[in-house]
Structures are given as structure tokens and as C-alpha cells.
Design a binder for this molecule. Structure first.
Ligand code: DAH
Length: 339
């Protein structure tokens, strides 16, 4: 028996296999239920008692050696197969055209980044909204003419469900869930029923800001907007606020920045005015706070909203709004190094 084991040990050490299938056949030959080594082990009970210890050790040795050898053969076959079927790894690769960040994303990130350094956190809301969040909670009365300021897309059969026409709806989404202090910056896409042209589009992007706390004043608003303008357009940028009207703020203002091209002297970009309008803002109307469950006798707040396309146009002088959604890579590639 010992001789037989010795012979098989030598045999196992000398096994060869080209493929995984051949190696598997060897496993079956030696190690399966009907395999040769298994048969040897079955014979073990006929071994005289005084030899059992030695024979047992040798059989185990043989079994382990066979297992190891066959596993090694399988592995070698797998490596060989991978090498046979693989591409030529030394070949020069095809050039891969890398994508670029969209200019609107670059500018949106920059706006969000500036305000997050001032402690604002990100908030988002749905693009398909209800009338309450877009208009009613923002102090637009049912028959208020200000609803006509924005041409709304309605979801047919559900006059209450609309595509949001401004990101001010996110103000309501945040206030209904959170008590002050609230300090959020809300970027997103908005929709208006307008004919598409170089200067208008049926969808575009806005960023909304909202700050509600005790003792928030118009001065705070002005300082934050000045800081934003100087971070965005350069340290020499000046701002001016003109009285305006929005249903959700009182008082309301529109903010201009000194022209990003001529610095205020007057040029074709600012049409000689020296100023460019960039956003709407104001103190949150107490009626808006109340409609959204915030006590207006304790808290005050400011809000602002700006168009991302507008800011992008001023930074990069994009002449036609349609370029932002045409996906022309000649246009997008211009922004490769921007971010
Ligand atoms: N929602 C306004 C618009 O779409 C922009 C705006 C103006 C937002 C004043 C504000 C604000 O938060 O205070 O034209």
C-alpha cells in the first residue's frame, strides 16, 4: 500500500493540463467520489492496525498534494486563457474625448460655493409643483395680476399642478419643514411658457436664497449681496439697489452690478448705462412667513433670486440663450479649463 501511495505521489507531481477542462478531468480521476485517491482511502480499513498510523499520514499527504497540484493547474490554465484572449496591452489607446462641465453648472457651483462660505446650506424642491408652493404660499392672491408676470405651464387636467416658474417655491418647501434660523441656497430649473429666442427660453435656471432669523435686516441683505457680487465679478464690482415689486417681499428691490465689461463707463453690453441688472430681492413679506408657519412677530428674513443664465452671460458673454441647451460640443468645449 505504501508503495502504491509513493508511486501515485510521483504521478501526481508530474501531472500536466493545458486547459481548465483538462485540469477538471484530473480532479475527477483522482479526487472525485470514484477517484483513485478516494478508492485508496476506502481501502484504508483493510490496513493492519500497526501500519494504520503511517499509511494514514501518507494518504493524507497524497490527497493534499493532489489537491494543490490540480488547483495550481487550474489557475495556470485560467491565466493562460486570459492572456490568450486579451487585447494587446502595449497598443496605443484610442484617444478618449473627455466631457466638460456645462457652463451653467460651473456658474451654479460657483454661486452655491460663495453662499456656502457664508453659512448657507443647499435646499432643493420639485420642478413639477402645486399652485400653493409656487404662488399662493408666496403671497400671490388668486386673482393677483402678478400671476401674469410669469407665464405658467399647467399640467392639463390638473390646473393645480404646474411646472414651477421660479425657485421661490423652494422657500415654501423649506419653511414648511423648518423653523428659523433658516439659511438656504436653492438652485434649480424653472419653466415659463415663452417663445424660444436668443433672449428668452421656455426653461432656464435660477438660484434662490432665503435667510430667516431674529433681527434680520435689509442691511444684512445688502452686505451679503455686495459680498456675493464682488466674489462673482471681481473685487471692484459695485452694486446698486432699485425699488421694485414682488408679491413675496416687502420692501422689494432689483440689484444691478457695475458693468462687467466696461466697469461702469458705459459700453454696448450695458447699453451705455454702466449697470447690469442681475437679481431680485427684498425682505420676506410677513404674510409669506405666516403662510408657511413662521411667527412674523418674532422673525424677519430676506430673500433673493437670480437667473443662472443671466450671470453666465455676463461672465462669459454668451450671446444666445439657446446655446445652453443645444449641446453643441464646439460651444461646450470652450469651457474645458473653466472648472
Ligand atoms: N422669483 C423671482 C422671479 O422669478 C425672483 C425673486 C425676486 C426671488 C425677489 C426672490 C426675491 O426671492 O426676493 O423673477
Amino acid at each position: 500500500m505504501i508503495e502504491k501511495i509513493q508511486k501515485m505521489l510521483a504521478e501526481v507531481a508530474d501531472l500536466h493540463a493545458q486547459t481548465a477542462e483538462e485540469a477538471e478531468a484530473l480532479r475527477i480521476k483522482y479526487l472525485s467520489k470514484k477517484g483513485e485517491i478516494t478508492a485508496l482511502m476506502a481501502d484504508f480499513r483493510n490496513v493492519p492496525a500497526e501500519l494504520k498510523k503511517e499509511v494514514g499520514m501518507r494518504i493524507n499527504e497524497l490527497k493534499n498534494a493532489a489537491q494543490e497540484k490540480i488547483n495550481a493547474l487550474k489557475e495556470a490554465a485560467a491565466v493562460q486563457k486570459a492572456a490568450d484572449t486579451a487585447e494587446d496591452l502595449t497598443r496605443t489607446p484610442y484617444p478618449i474625448q473627455l466631457g466638460t462641465r456645462h457652463p451653467l453648472t460651473i456658474v451654479k457651483n460657483e454661486i452655491v460655493d460663495i453662499f456656502s462660505r457664508l453659512g448657507f446650506t443647499l435646499a432643493e424642491g420639485p420642478e413639477v409643483e402645486d399652485d400653493w408652493h409656487v404662488y399662493s404660499s408666496m403671497n400671490f392672491a388668486d386673482d393677483h395680476p402678478a400671476r401674469d408676470m410669469q407665464d405658467t405651464f399647467f399640467v392639463e387636467a390638473h390646473p393645480d399642478i404646474i411646472l414651477r416658474s421660479h425657485t421661490s417655491s423652494v422657500q415654501a418647501r423649506v419653511m414648511e419643514k423648518t423653523q428659523p434660523p433658516i439659511r438656504v441656497i436653492c438652485p434649480g430649473r424653472v419653466y415659463r411658457n415663452e417663445a424660444v429666442s436668443a433672449r428668452a427660453h421656455c426653461f432656464f435656471h435660477q438660484v434662490e436664497g432665503l435667510y430667516v432669523d431674529k433681527n434680520v435686516s435689509f442691511t444684512d441683505l445688502k452686505q451679503v449681496l455686495l459680498l456675493f457680487a464682488q466674489e462673482m465679478f471681481g473685487p471692484d464690482t459695485k452694486i446698486r439697489l432699485r425699488p421694485s415689486y414682488f408679491p413675496f417681499t416687502e420692501p422689494s428691490a432689483e440689484m444691478d452690478v457695475s458693468c462687467t465689461l466696461c466697469g461702469g463707463k458705459g459700453c454696448s453690453l450695458c447699453k451705455g448705462a454702466g449697470w447690469l441688472e442681475i437679481l431680485g430681492c427684498g425682505m420676506v413679506d410677513p404674510a409669506v412667513l405666516e403662510a408657511n408657519g413662521i411667527d412674523s412677530s418674532v422673525y424677519t428674513g430676506y430673500a433673493f433670486g437670480m437667473g443662472i443664465e443671466r450671470i453666465t452671460n455676463l461672465k462669459y458673454q454668451v450671446k444666445d440663450l439657446r446655446m445652453f441647451s443645444e449641446n453643441d460640443t464646439r460651444f461646450l468645449d470652450e469651457f474645458v479649463s473653466a472648472n
